[in-house]
Ligand binder design. Structure first.
Ligand SMILES: [Zn+2]
Ligand SMILES: [Zn+2]
Length: 265
């Protein structure tokens, strides 16, 4: 208690979304951001859990056309706007402390699923050794650890290993992503004796990464594989919107606010 108080003075906790210091509130998303950042709700795709649109039925367009190796899964937030920027800071600006906050939220959101799916082990999507050494951490592993601690489930960090350094997925088209993922992983454990497994990742876009991990787990004895991801993309049909957002983010970060105002006039 005292330690937390002292740490709070020297390292005040900042909301992962707006980055403002939070006083007298536990380490989580601040109240005003909580209202702004909406969690995904029903109707969702029965397979991947992303929000479905008017013309979509049980499954999203993506899942309608793709065979997934996992049974089903869920994403907590849409990968856009402030959430997207927060995830980027978690990954690329050493904000590993966010993983604790986000991991707790994920754990809470999937409480019912953990029971329903009878999860016996948690497997984070692994990062290539070289990349992890450079970054110092694997954010998927940190998220997975928090969920595992929360529900007292075994975490298997070294069952699946990333053996191939893959090109950044976001720059690739769907088909190329799948090829990119082929043979990217290997399994250390030859016979997976735990049968129901939850894969944890930070972002789900087309699902090719989760699928590759699910595939290898199943090939080696896992019966059922599920996933939870902190964020999930809107799906193929809105790919253009995503790209537009991305260029907006880039532009914002390059421009200083004054210049931005001037240009707007
Ligand atoms: Zn905030
Ligand atoms: Zn889907």
């Amino acid at each position: 208690m005292i330690r937390e108080w002292v740490e709070g003075i020297f390292y005040p906790f900042r909301c992962p979304i707006c980055q403002k210091i939070i006083v007298g509130q536990k380490q989580t998303i601040c109240n005003s951001c909580e209202k702004k950042i909406k969690k995904i709700t029903e109707p969702r795709c029965k397979k991947c859990g992303r929000p479905i649109r008017i013309l979509e039925q049980e499954n999203c367009f993506d899942c309608e056309r793709t065979h997934h190796f996992y049974e089903e899964g869920i994403g907590i937030y849409l990968y856009e706007g402030d959430m997207r920027r927060a995830v980027h800071r978690m990954k690329f600006q050493n904000k590993r402390v966010y993983a604790k906050v986000f991991g707790e939220i994920m754990a809470k959101e999937i409480q019912d699923k953990i029971t329903k799916w009878e999860i016996e082990a948690i497997v984070p999507v692994p990062m290539h050794k070289k990349k992890q050494r450079k970054r110092g951490y694997n954010q998927a592993e940190l998220l997975a650890q928090t969920i595992a601690d929360r529900w007292n489930i075994e975490i298997k960090k070294d069952w699946v290993v990333r053996v191939k350094e893959t090109a950044p997925q976001k720059d690739l088209e769907k088909k190329a992503r799948e090829n990119n993922m082929k043979k990217a992983f290997t399994i250390i454990k030859n016979d997976v004796e735990l049968k129901k497994i939850l894969i944890v990742d930070d972002i789900y876009t087309t699902g090719s990464t989760v699928d590759a991990v699910a595939h290898i787990l199943k090939k080696h004895g896992a019966q059922k594989v599920y996933f939870v991801s902190l964020c999930i993309g809107r799906g193929e049909e809105t790919g253009q919107v995503d790209r537009k957002n991305e260029s907006l983010i880039k532009r914002e970060s390059k421009m200083c606010p004054d210049k931005w105002k001037k240009e707007k006039k």
